[in-house]
Design a protein around this ligand. Sequence first.
Ligand code: SF4
Length: 255
Amino acid sequence: SHSYVGPDYSIQKNTGKISLEQIDALCVKSFPLCMRQLHRALRDSHHLRHGGRMQYGLFLKGIGLTLEQALEFWKKEFIRGKVDADKFDKGYAYSIRHNYGKEGKRTDYTPYSCMKIIMSNPPSQGDFHGCPFRHSDPELLKQKLQSNKIPPSGITQILELVKGMHYQLACQKYFELTHDVDDIGFSLNHPNQYFTESQKLLNGGRELKKEFNNSGNFQQKNNSQESINSSSTPTSSNAKADTELEGLEAYFTED
Ligand code: SF4
């Protein structure tokens, strides 16, 4: 009942328009907390375990990285750590090509939705994937928010939403606080949606749409898509995509 039915973000009109040099800056400005956490861990340790590579690799594909860029991006980072170029080519490059549908069943894999990240494959010790609003201990989440310069009142609001298990609403609040807007104006359900909306806002491409209902209360204009506490109907294509993703995970045997 929690299948994601929004856009799949597998094809972006900006494919190939993002340079690898832009990623650090884009991360600070427009990545949701889950992807910031993965990017930081990758830059710091020059490695991510398979759950992180799946979640982050498909997100990067969704924001526009080509296969060639992805191979370069991961290789450059991994060979700064304990993996040499030969090991990378033998152990990791295949799975990246697979992500782009160039190996195996040649399925063009789609980036994970919030629901998938929140509901499946929780991170273990040494993992950096998952949703920080769902999977981080509240004290650790508080520290992460402080280090991202969220003011104390905002941290309190976010932690309250987390306590009520409203993880995507907590992420929406994080978006509002980091973009200095009063209302996000959309219903968040995908990390790539977060990125796209952030870029639109920062580049002046989106007006925040607000409207008032009969009782005078603010309503979000675009809240038809699912969130963690609402139900939605599974579709056969989503079920198929989930099965395919599970198949893909088997390819990520390198740790
Ligand atoms: Fe990422 Fe979605 Fe969690 Fe936000 S709510 S941190 S976008 S998984």
